[in-house]
Design a protein around this ligand. Structure first.
Ligand code: SF4
Length: 326
């Protein structure tokens, strides 16, 4: 049980390495450091935005929390229980409370199943409908909740647009009345006009059902309005974590500043200088020494930044960052 003081979710020192195998004997020849020492808390009803470029470890972090990917080390406390220590039965039970919405609504729905069967699958697994009538009534209710027509239950995913398919994915996640939903880039594959509709729907559902979200995106502008706090990741590490408004108005980490400089400002009278980072994101197989960002940082100080890993510290109340100079 969660208490007033206890967060719904606590992630502590989460690490995920992937083996790169090679040679005749398929031995480990390298290791991808996908998630490196990530820690954060999440309060009930809160939305944490997680942002960073491709390969920064944000999706891997989300999947490790649900143990869809096994973490290499670290702790994941959900409602006071360590998810990493759970056996199969316990994990299945806790997955009722923790759901995921995937990025690609085209690939994440089984094309051979009707929409009703897709949404109803979890009702069957978790024995949440006593009779066929109850089962159908719940599917109708879920379709209506996400703004779809009850008649859609007999149709197949290919008959729907991208935005509608994402709504089906959301209905599937809601079927088990979860507490936490990991939204893994839920709008990245959608047209900009549809993105706002899906985000608005997620916000409405959060209010109605008291949901807690981890909202993963590669673009800061997408998470700005939905997030209470935002975590910025770079090469497997959280480099900055702050309340949303503070992160957007007074960022501390040079990487966050660069990401923000690319976000268009609706008011044309406000000018913001674009910070163009040099080079590509380094390989997570051999991340740079010291601060991982030092090879691209416009304000780095050598040799400090290339030799010492900056601590992830609370620089202002509730505002954490990993930088020697800020
Ligand atoms: Fe830049 Fe150094 Fe700060 Fe890293 S620690 S972000 S390299 S100034």
């Amino acid at each position: 049980m969660t208490t007033a003081e206890q967060p719904l979710l606590s992630v502590r020192n989460l690490v995920k390495n992937f083996s790169v195998k090679g040679g005749v004997f398929r031995r480990e020849v390298d290791r991808v450091h996908a998630v490196n020492n990530v820690s954060f808390d999440l309060e009930k009803g809160e939305t944490l935005g997680v942002v960073g470029e491709s390969g920064c470890g944000k999706s891997t972090t989300g999947r490790c929390i649900l143990r869809l990917i096994e973490p290499t080390s670290g702790e994941i406390w959900f409602q006071g229980n360590d998810v990493t220590a759970m056996g199969k039965a316990e994990l299945q039970a806790v997955r009722r409370d923790m759901q995921i919405i995937f990025q690609d609504p085209y690939a994440s729905l089984n094309p051979r199943m009707t929409v009703g069967a897709i949404i109803g699958e979890a009702l069957t697994i978790h024995k949440l409908a006593a009779t066929p009538k109850e089962y159908e009534a719940r599917i109708v209710q879920l379709l209506e909740t996400v703004g779809l027509n009850p008649d859609h239950m007999r149709r197949y995913p290919h008959e729907f647009s991208g935005g509608q398919r994402q709504r089906i994915g959301i209905a599937r996640a809601l079927a088990v009345s979860p507490k936490l939903i990991v939204c893994d880039e839920p709008v990245s594959a959608l047209d900009v006009s549809i993105q706002a509709q899906v985000i608005n729907l997620l916000e409405d559902l959060q209010e109605e059902f008291g949901l807690t979200y981890i909202f993963i995106a590669h673009d800061l502008s997408v998470v700005e309005h939905i997030s209470d706090r935002v975590a910025v990741m770079y090469l497997g590490r959280v480099v900055e974590l702050a309340p949303s408004r503070e992160l957007y108005t007074s960022p501390l980490h040079p990487y966050t500043e660069a990401l923000l400089s690319a976000v268009p400002i609706p008011d044309p009278s406000i000018k913001r200088e674009r910070i163009r980072l040099v080079g590509d994101v380094p390989s997570p197989i051999r991340p740079p020494s010291g601060c991982h960002f030092h090879t691209r940082c416009p304000i780095r100080q050598l040799p400090l930044c290339s030799t010492e890993i900056p601590d992830f510290e609370e620089k202002r109340p509730g505002h954490w960052a990993a930088c020697h100079l800020r």
